[in-house]
Design a binder for this molecule. Structure first.
Ligand code: DGP
Length: 111
């Protein structure tokens, strides 16, 4: 089972920020900004490359959670959302996840 499925199941501990029937959010183990958390669908979807009409409602649910959590975490000055998809993007966990980073100015822009 993948590491994020194990986190959802509680077999691997995590710092949970939010949970409902469809979505789980927790702090990244290796934070790249003062605030860095991950928002994931509980259903195992490999990556953004596997989003379809059948599962895109779960992606929407993730994105509904993000602004609420960002506000709770004090990211009133903005934040960045990243989803690495596949080897060239450096995806290391094959369970769709959205990084939310903030709490500092991220001046070095990739896009
Ligand atoms: P990516 O490289 O985009 O696939 O990002 C995977 C992220 O997942 C990476 O920033 C570190 C994080 N991560 C990996 N394993 C764990 C874990 O066991 N717990 C937590 N909290 N985060 C993890």
């Amino acid at each position: 089972m993948c590491v994020f499925c194990e986190i959802i199941n509680g077999n691997i501990p995590s710092q949970c920020l939010y949970e409902d029937e469809y979505v789980y959010a927790f702090r990244d183990i290796n934070p790249q900004a003062p605030v860095h958390f991950l928002v994931i669908p509980k259903q195992h979807i490999e990556s953004a490359g596997k989003i379809t009409a059948e599962n895109s409602d779960l992606v929407a649910k993730c994105f509904e959670v993000i602004p609420k959590l960002a506000a709770e975490q004090g990211l009133s000055n903005g934040y960045r959302i990243i989803s690495n998809c596949g080897p060239d993007a450096g995806q290391s966990v094959e369970h769709l996840h959205f990084h939310v980073l903030g709490g500092k100015s991220m001046g070095e822009k990739l896009v």
